[in-house]
Design a protein around this ligand. Structure first.
Ligand SMILES: [Zn+2]
Length: 347
């Protein structure tokens, strides 16, 4: 079987990354004969459909031949020594053209959104055994976001909800429209990407993985995106208020005695208001002065507010202890010299 690879595949699959995948399948005997070479410019148009079909086949095989992939390290050892230093895993960001015409505006927004490039920079810090793909797409009426087998999926319907909330005339003045978009966008990409890290790195977790993913996102926002952290955290707080079906902290007393359906307490995630109070508590624990107003507005219970610095320090310690050893310290220092991601805090 012959597969031609162009230098850049139209759907965003980088063929420089695909090339070793093809070669691995050859090593497994899945492909009997393969020609891997750039498609000539003049032949690009004619070859495009063949390339597209070939790439789809490769991706399908990639997901169907786990046993083959698992057997590959031994084969790799036989063909040459392993690199002395781990290399960063590839982080692919793919914005699929929407199948639902109503998602056109959202599609254009995500293409120009800096969130994805910034998240890719963060995940590139980690030495990972496999690539992570961050994909945005129409989801046949579904509007969520999730992680599954190396791929973060964010549905355009989910982004549309963020946009609608940000542009609502009921949005309170303490959160800007830009922050109401950028905050939850950064949060969802980091949260879902955290699931990939936990899986790839076999990170031990005491407590629910969904809470740990929230903490990961908060820690990264505060430390890596520090210059924008105040705005981003306000946007996340606003999104959790919306999840709780209110727009502002001032509406919380009115729902104080609201009882949620029992299933809401049985889910893997904390409830929206628990996530709201946690992100505000941890942000104020990181920098009390910066987040004082948000903390005061939220009316965070006083018996928790006093322990927010301890809560934040516990998260920071866990991040640096469990994930820090998997971060390339030199790369982190070069990219984010102000962020302490790897060193354990001084006792
Ligand atoms: Zn999750």
């Amino acid at each position: 079987m012959t597969i031609l690879l162009s230098e850049r595949y139209g759907d965003g699959v980088d063929c420089a990354e695909a090339r070793p995948v093809v070669e691995r399948f050859v090593a497994c005997g899945v492909l009997r004969h393969t020609v891997v070479k750039p498609v000539a410019q003049t032949a690009r148009t004619l070859a495009h459909s063949a390339v597209r079909q070939g790439m789809r086949t490769i991706i399908k095989w990639l997901t169907m031949t786990g046993a083959c992939i698992a057997a590959l390290p031994a084969a790799a050892e036989a063909t040459g020594p392993a690199p002395a230093r781990p290399t960063p895993a590839a982080i692919h960001v793919i914005h699929e053209p929407p199948t639902d015409p109503s998602h056109r505006a959202v599609y254009e927004l995500v293409q120009g959104d800096a969130t994805f490039a910034r998240a890719r920079d963060v995940f590139t810090l980690f030495n990972l055994p496999k690539p992570i793909t961050i994909r945005t797409r129409s989801c046949s009426g579904r509007g969520g976001a999730w992680y599954y087998e190396g791929t973060v999926t964010i549905c355009y319907g989910y982004v549309q909800t963020i946009l609608d909330n940000a542009r609502s005339p009921e949005r309170p003045s303490w959160v800007s429209e830009d922050a109401a978009i950028a905050g939850p966008m950064a949060d969802v990409v980091l949260h879902e990407g955290a699931h990939a890290l936990f899986e790839f790195l076999k990170t031990p977790l005491l407590g629910r993985e969904e809470d740990a993913a929230d903490m990961f996102a908060t820690f990264v926002l505060l430390n890596v995106f520090r210059a924008d952290a105040k705005a981003l955290i306000s946007g996340i707080a606003y999104s959790y208020l919306n999840d709780a079906r209110v727009r502002n902290f001032t509406e919380l007393p009115a729902i104080e005695n609201r009882v949620l359906p029992s299933r809401a307490y049985g889910g893997a995630h904390s409830t929206p208001l628990q996530r709201l109070y946690s992100v505000i508590c941890h942000a104020s624990g990181f920098d009390e002065a910066v987040f004082r107003d948000l903390k005061r507005s939220s009316d965070l219970p006083v018996w928790r507010a006093g322990g927010c610095e301890d809560e934040y320090n516990q998260i920071a310690h866990a991040f640096r202890t469990l994930l820090g050893p998997h971060i390339d310290a030199d790369r982190a220092k070069a990219m984010f010299p102000y962020a302490n991601l790897t060193a354990a805090p001084t006792p």
